[in-house]
Design a protein around this ligand. Structure first.
Ligand code: HEC
Ligand code: HEC
Ligand code: HEC
Ligand code: HEC
Ligand code: HEC
Length: 388
């Protein structure tokens, strides 16, 4: 019996090239998107080509983190720290044309290390474009289609100029972000975390289940009046700025905080109307509420309450999760003394969202100070006199 097991195990090992190789197919990983051919009539794949005719949309996209997915200093530092792990590239620069090496095997399981071969079709300029236009608009695999999307007439405006190329708006680019899921939800099995490391879509499903009526695109690609192509007439089209945690005014439209004053004390009340947890996914993000007692033009006392999901993405250990659930109204008593409260004229609540706090290892590695990494969301002030 033991011999049979041994023979079986040896057979399994000899079927793959080394021990780690046996596991390549079984580890949870987004797949690489097969290489795309330059599109006729566009003459390439670069966003610069698209920009020649879609100037407004390209300018919007270029300000988003998806355009900086391989170049932003935090990713660069983190990717280097993880020894350029191939897994990262499957979301940050997912097309085969964007990869220096094509990894289809493992050299080691712990630490996870890929094994591959140099890619003859590697296009370094395209790699620097990160999640570029053709990832979302031309890759059949990203869109879950049997073949590259061809022009689907759909609801085209009567006065729209004819499109010179077969890049179409595909079904998976729907309101609920069906195609966003492959990168914004990462749910590997056997991970000792209470929730998946990236959980934005499951959070969104709970938001919808709880009665939330907005979609990913309503919030992140709201319609704007503009030109679909340079030659198109002005009409309502999808914005491509993909605003998120870095834009205080955007966050303020969905997250707010105030203070309630009663005889018992002061309570911070934070309201999350975003379509997922706040913060969501990236564990470095921190929503911080600073509650201050003010009187005589001075700040008399101040307390800070932080909301975040703190886990180590490398070793997959969660320390705590105080992020706000979708549609949650969180009430947190803030401990000021009765004497401090008696001296105060008003209670001020300042809400900020940190991309990374000053002491975060990635902020230190990238050498970027906290001042450049915080978005001010809103400030609200209420009288310190007791309510009912
Ligand atoms: C030579 C000019 C030109 C280039 C280059 C070009 N486009 Fe277009 N594209 C157009 C025009 C014109 C339309 C139709 C505009 C309208 O509907 O008003 C269009 C429409 C589209 C649409 C909407 C299709 C639909 O079914 O409504 C998408 C998506 C698109 N382009 C993506 C891209 C991408 C991605 C690139 C770069 C890889 C690109 N385009 C390059 C001219 C161009
Ligand atoms: C191929 C993978 C991929 C797909 C598909 C994808 N994203 Fe992303 N997205 C990323 C990555 C990677 C980042 C972060 C880049 C960074 O900060 O390094 C990101 C960042 C974002 C951000 C933050 C942008 C900012 O500037 O703060 C938003 C919002 C977003 N994505 C929404 C979406 C939506 C909506 C969709 C679907 C329409 C989508 N994404 C599809 C990979 C993807
Ligand atoms: C399943 C897709 C996926 C994989 C795999 C992935 N990322 Fe990301 N990454 C994202 C998305 C999506 C974001 C956008 C932030 C968010 O969703 O909170 C992001 C954001 C980041 C950020 C924040 C950058 C910023 O601009 O603030 C860093 C750093 C990062 N990723 C590093 C890595 C590294 C290093 C790896 C490999 C060990 C990796 N990622 C693997 C999808 C992925
Ligand atoms: C993260 C995915 C993603 C990226 C990257 C992206 N788009 Fe889009 N794009 C979408 C989605 C989603 C829609 C909306 C589809 C719909 O409404 O049916 C869209 C719509 C469009 C449209 C049609 C606009 C309209 O409302 O009629 C054009 C044209 C377009 N994109 C061009 C581009 C160009 C050019 C780039 C790069 C500069 C780009 N897109 C990058 C996801 C993306
Ligand atoms: C009701 C509005 C709303 C909906 C619906 C919504 N979001 Fe967000 N999203 C926000 C707000 C507000 C923030 C900024 C606060 C935060 O980071 O959680 C944000 C932030 C993000 C970020 C940036 C995270 C970071 O740390 O940089 C990503 C990525 C994102 N959303 C993706 C999605 C995806 C994918 C969907 C659909 C599955 C979606 N969102 C649905 C409002 C929304």
């Amino acid at each position: 019996m033991r011999r049979a097991a041994l023979v079986f195990a040896l057979g399994l090992l000899s079927a793959c090239d080394g021990f780690a190789s046996c596991f390549y197919d079984t580890i949870a990983k987004p797949e690489m998107l097969p290489a795309l051919e330059p599109l006729d009539a566009i003459g390439g794949l670069s966003a610069e080509r698209c920009a020649a005719c879609h100037a407004e949309i390209a300018a919007e996209w270029s300000t988003s983190l998806m355009a900086a997915a391989t170049t932003n200093p935090f990713y660069v530092a983190d990717h280097a720290h993880r020894h350029e792990l191939f897994l990262c590239e499957r979301c940050h620069n997912p097309l085969e044309n964007q990869m220096r090496d094509v990894v289809d095997d493992l050299a080691s399981l712990d630490p996870l290390t890929g094994k591959g071969h140099p890619n003859p079709r590697y296009d370094p300029a395209l790699e620097r474009e990160g999640v570029t236009c053709v990832v979302c608009h031309a890759s059949a695999e990203a869109l879950g289609e049997a073949r590259a999307p061809t022009i689907v007439p759909g609801e085209r405006a009567a006065d729209a100029p004819p499109s010179p190329h077969p890049v179409a708006v595909a079904a998976a680019l729907d309101e609920h972000g069906t195609m966003c899921r492959r990168c914004h939800q990462y749910d590997p099995p056997f991970v000792g975390l209470p929730r998946p490391p990236a959980d934005t879509h499951a959070e969104y499903d709970r938001y919808r289940g709880a009665g939330g009526d907005k979609t990913c695109l309503d919030c992140h690609m709201p319609r704007v009046e503009g030109r679909v192509a340079n030659t198109s007439p002005l009409r309502s089209r999808r914005g491509h700025r993909f605003l998120g945690a870095r834009d205080g005014a955007f966050v303020a439209a969905f997250v707010s905080a105030t203070a309630e004053v009663t005889r018992e004390g002061i309570t911070l009340v934070v309201d999350n109307r975003a379509g997922h947890h706040v913060p969501t996914a990236e564990p470095g993000r921190v929503l911080a509420a600073t509650v201050e007692l003010v009187g005589g033009g001075a700040t008399l006392a101040s307390r800070r309450v932080r909301f975040r999901r703190d886990f180590d993405p490398e070793h997959l250990v969660e320390r705590y999760d105080t992020s706000l659930a979708p549609l949650e109204v969180r009430r947190v008593p803030v401990p000021f003394t009765a004497a401090q409260r008696a001296a105060a004229e008003a209670v001020r609540v300042r809400l900020d969202l940190y991309r990374y706090e000053a002491r975060h290892p990635l902020a230190l590695a990238a050498g970027i100070g906290e001042g450049a990494l915080v978005a001010h969301v809103a400030t609200s002030t209420v009288p310190a006199a007791e309510g009912p």
